[in-house]
Design a protein around this ligand. Structure first.
Ligand SMILES: [Zn+2]
Ligand SMILES: [Zn+2]
Ligand SMILES: [Zn+2]
Length: 373
């Protein structure tokens, strides 16, 4: 098909660059090679005017993506060194073919732009929320987007979910979906498990697809996709329970799973009794400010001379942590990409920084934790 190397190299290069550009690989995103960054003068900043930015961004994206074949063909003219190539023999036919998507996307854009963007899909949703003046809703959303309290969850570089005080916004490559939180219901619709997450963390990751169903007439439902470990955060931010379809079992987060393992380990350690009830009377865990303290860090292990790990010593702090908070603290101090080392590793007391290992975490006598022993 390709007789000359220059056109072959050009073709391969063009395909790879186009795929990375369209699917926004992290390398392209971090180097600013995205539509919104390259044409920032036209689309404006998302932070300054969220709705206008996305109206322009989605429009420009379909134009640019649809002209990829056309730009390729024009590029072959520069790489020209053999008239035999199939692209030159059929250049005009291919040119007409490549023009089709551009013409189609331009006609779509023309329709969207008419009547001050009133036909753009995003504006159509806003009009449902304020038939009088969609700019008012747009301004409200843009202002809420500027608030620091918004929640942003992303699944790869192509989609983002933003929850502000009143709105749920789902940002995709060619579209943005919007629903008012209070006027919508949320259902976990499906889930899928993957053994390695895209950012390279070990362990299995569960993704869930949540259907957002707006009650308001003629606002279409849409799906958002998140990691199941973000489920609780999302539910809290949405401020209403998210229903879970019967056939779906949410995987617990890695922290939740670790807390359970940590508790089991602590239950096998000696119980700590060298304290008086007045020491912990009325005190609450310094981490969660909810549970009573139920553990004490005290050296019980035999230090092993063969390892490079620091030696354990007894922490002098009075009991002030609950086992769950200590488990979270312990987890946060471990190498995040190698869970197999966690239990054999060490940590330092959150307060006095003395070194301890998991064998040194003892349940307080009379605590709930010790009773289950
Ligand atoms: Zn706690
Ligand atoms: Zn301590
Ligand atoms: Zn130890």
């Amino acid at each position: 098909m390709f007789n000359s190397t220059s056109i072959l190299i050009y073709t391969l290069f063009y395909i790879i660059v186009s795929i990375c550009f369209v699917f926004k690989t992290t390398e392209f995103v971090s180097n600013g090679l995205t539509v919104e960054n390259l044409f920032e003068n036209f689309v404006g900043k998302e932070y300054d005017n969220f709705i206008v930015h996305h109206i322009k961004r989605t429009s420009l994206t379909i134009i640019i993506h649809s002209s990829i074949p056309l730009v390729y063909l024009l590029g072959t003219l520069l790489a020209n060194d053999s008239e035999e190539e199939i692209v030159y023999q059929y250049f005009y036919e291919l040119f007409c073919l490549a023009l089709i998507p551009v013409v189609l996307s331009c006609s779509v854009l023309y329709k969207w732009m008419s009547n001050n963007w009133a036909n753009h899909p995003l504006v159509k949703i806003l009009i449902r929320y304020d038939p009088g003046d969609w700019m008012l809703v747009a301004r409200e959303i843009s202002m809420e987007y500027q608030c620091l309290q918004k929640l942003t969850l992303s699944c790869g570089t192509l989609t983002r979910i933003i929850v502000t005080d009143n709105w749920v916004l789902s940002i995709n490559l060619y579209s943005v979906n919007i629903a008012k939180k209070m006027e919508s219901s949320f259902v976990v619709y499906s889930s899928d498990n993957h053994n390695t997450s895209p950012d390279g963390n070990l362990g299995s990751v569960q993704f869930i697809n949540i259907q957002v169903i707006p009650i308001r007439a003629r606002v279409k439902s849409f799906f958002i996709r998140i990691k199941s470990e973000d489920f609780k955060t999302l539910e809290e931010k949405i401020g209403q329970p998210i229903q879970i379809a019967d056939n779906i079992k949410l995987q617990r987060s890695r922290t939740e799973r670790f807390i359970e393992v940590f508790r089991d380990e602590v239950r096998q350690n000696p119980v700590y009794s060298n304290y008086s009830a007045t020491d912990i009377e009325d005190s609450i865990c310094a981490g969660c400010l909810v549970n009573p303290p139920d553990i004490k860090l005290t050296k019980c292990c035999e230090d092993n001379d063969d390892t490079d790990l620091p030696k354990c010593s007894s922490c002098q702090c009075r009991p002030m942590w609950c086992v769950d908070c200590m488990a979270k603290w312990y987890e946060s101090r471990q190498p995040q990409n190698n869970e197999t080392l966690w239990l054999s590793s060490k940590c330092t007391c959150p307060l006095c920084r003395r070194v301890f290992c998991i064998l040194d975490v003892c349940a307080l006598q009379n605590s709930e934790l010790a009773r289950v022993n």
